[in-house]
Design a protein around this ligand. Structure first.
Ligand code: NDP
Ligand code: GDR
Length: 370
C-alpha cells in the first residue's frame, strides 16, 4: 500500500486529493493546524476512528513554519509521496501578511525538501509542490506555458516563486523526484468563501432566496482560467506517477472575466443582469427573472464595485496552455466552466435553503450571548 502525506489537507484541494487517494487504495496522512474552532469540515466525512483496525486516514498536528515538527511527522510516516498544498493561499491577504506568507509559502517548501534530505528519503519520497499561475503575473505572453517567463505581482506569488525554484533546485542537486504543478485557478463547492467565485455563488444564492441584498466586488475586468478542483487533484497525482520528475501547467485553456462569472451565476437562478457604468461606478442591475421560485425586483441594483477589493498590483489575464499535460500526462478536464458554475450554484442554493428553513423555524442562533 502506498503512503501519501498531504500538507493543507483541510483546504479545498487537500479534501479532494485525500478522497481521490483513498479511493486509489493509499494510506493517507494529513497535516492539520491547531485551531480554536474545528477546521476539518471539508474532510470530516473521511475521518476514521483511530481505534478501528486498518485505519487508512490519519491526521497529525503541524505547521509549515515548524521544521522539527515536519521532520518528526515525515520520519514517522515514511511517505512514498508528499503533496505540499499547505499555504497562505489568498493573494490579497498576502499584501497584509507578506512576511508570514514568505515563511509558510516559500520557506515551508524548503523545510519539507530539507526534511526529506535529512531523513535520507531522497530516493524513496516523491514530492509535489503546489505552484501557481500567479507566477506569470504581469502578462509576458499568452497562453502561458511551462516556458513562459515569470513576473510575480504579489507577496504570495513571490513566495511561490521561491518555492518553485527551490523544488527545481533540489531535483537537480540531489536527484529528488520533486515536481511543480503550475495550476491555474480551480474552484468547487468547497472553495474558500473569500475567493471571488465562491463569494459570488454564495451571495447570489442568498439574494435569490431573499436572505441577502447586495454583492460588492473589486476588479470585474480580471480574467481567469477557471477549472474544477476535482479534475486538478487528479493531475497532481499523475505528475508523481511519471517516469521522470518534471513541471507541468494544468489549465483549461479558456479565460473568462469576473463580470461574466457573475452573469453566469445569476443565470443559474434564472436572473439576467446587465452592467452599466465604468470603473468604481460600474453596477449590475436585474433585467429579468424567469424562475418563479425566486422573487427579485426588476431594476434592482445587485452588484457594485468597492475599491477596497482592488489589489495594489493586479494580475489582469491568465490563460494556460495545457498541451504538455494533455499529451504527456494524458490529463483532460471533465468539467468546463458552465458545469462548474452549475455545481457551485446548486450547492450554495441548497445550503442556504436549509439555513432559511432553520431561520424561519426559529432555530438560527445569531449571537450566543444575546
Ligand atoms: P486553501 O486555502 O483552501 O487551503 C490551504 C491549506 O493550507 C489549508 O489546509 C490551510 O489550513 C493550510 N495552511 C495554511 N497555512 C498553513 C501553515 N502555516 N502550515 C500548514 N498548513 C497551512 O487552498 P487550496 O486548497 O485552494 O490550494 C491548495 C494549494 O494550491 C495552495 O498552496 C495554493 O496556494 C495552491 N494553488 C491553488 C490554486 C487554486 O486555484 N485553488 C491554484 C494554484 C495553486 P487551515 O484549513 O487551517 O487554514
Ligand atoms: P486569485 O483568486 O487571486 O486568482 O488566486 P481570487 O478568486 O481571489 O481572485 C480572482 C480575481 O478576481 C478579482 N476580484 C476579486 N477577488 C476576490 N477575492 N474578491 C473580490 O471581491 C474580487 N473582485 C474581483 C481579483 O482581483 C482577481 O483578479 C487564486 C488563489 O487560489 C491562489 O492561491 C492561486 O495560486 C491562484 O488562484 C491561481
Amino acid at each position: 500500500m502506498k503512503i501519501a502525506l498531504i500538507t493543507g489537507i483541510t483546504g479545498q484541494d487537500g479534501a479532494y486529493l485525500a478522497d481521490f487517494l483513498l479511493k486509489k487504495g493509499y494510506e493517507v496522512h494529513g497535516i492539520k493546524r491547531r485551531s480554536s474552532l474545528f477546521n476539518t469540515d471539508r474532510i470530516d466525512h473521511l475521518y476514521q476512528d483511530p481505534h478501528e483496525k486498518n485505519v487508512r486516514f490519519k491526521l497529525h498536528y503541524g505547521d509549515l513554519s515548524d521544521s522539527t515538527n515536519l521532520i518528526r511527522i515525515i520520519q514517522e510516516v515514511q511517505p512514498d509521496e508528499i503533496y505540499n498544498l499547505g499555504a497562505m493561499s489568498h493573494v490579497k491577504v498576502s499584501f497584509d501578511t507578506p512576511e508570514y506568507t514568505a515563511n509558510v509559502d516559500g520557506l515551508g517548501t524548503l523545510r519539507l525538501l530539507e526534511a526529506i534530505r535529512i531523513l535520507n528519503l531522497t530516493k524513496k519520497t516523491k514530492i509535489y509542490q503546489a505552484s501557481s499561475s500567479e507566477l506569470y503575473g504581469s502578462v509576458q505572453a499568452v497562453p502561458q506555458s511551462e516556458t513562459t517567463p515569470f513576473y510575480p505581482r504579489s507577496p504570495y506569488a513571490v513566495a511561490k516563486m521561491y518555492a518553485y525554484w527551490i523544488t527545481v533546485n533540489y531535483r537537480e542537486a540531489y536527484g529528488m523526484f520533486a515536481c511543480n504543478g503550475i495550476l491555474f485557478n480551480h474552484e468547487s463547492p468547497l472553495r474558500g468563501e473569500t475567493f471571488v467565485t465562491r463569494k459570488i455563488t454564495r451571495a447570489i444564492s442568498k439574494m435569490a432566496l431573499g436572505l441577502h441584498e447586495d454583492l460588492f466586488l473589486g476588479n470585474l475586468d480580471a480574467r481567469r482560467d477557471w477549472g474544477h478542483a476535482k479534475d486538478y487533484v487528479e493531475a497532481m497525482w499523475l505528475i508523481l506517477q511519471q517516469e521522470e520528475p518534471e513541471d507541468y501547467v494544468i489549465a483549461t485553456g479558456v479565460t473568462t472575466t469576473v463580470r461574466d462569472f457573475v452573469r453566469m451565476s445569476f443565470s443559474e437562478v434564472g436572473i439576467a443582469v446587465e452592467f452599466k457604468g465604468e470603473g468604481v461606478a460600474e453596477k449590475g442591475y436585474v433585467v429579468s427573472c424567469s424562475n418563479p421560485d425566486y422573487q427579485i425586483e426588476i431594476g434592482k441594483e445587485v452588484v457594485a464595485v468597492d475599491a477596497a477589493y482592488f489589489r495594489p498590483t493586479e494580475v489582469d489575464l491568465l490563460i494556460g496552455d495545457p498541451t504538455k499535460s494533455n499529451t504527456k500526462l494524458g490529463w483532460k478536464p471533465k468539467y468546463d466552466l458552465p458545469m462548474l458554475v452549475k455545481e457551485m450554484m446548486a450547492s450554495d442554493v441548497e445550503h442556504f435553503k436549509k439555513e432559511k428553513m432553520l431561520k424561519e423555524a426559529g432555530y438560527f442562533i445569531k449571537n450566543q450571548f444575546e
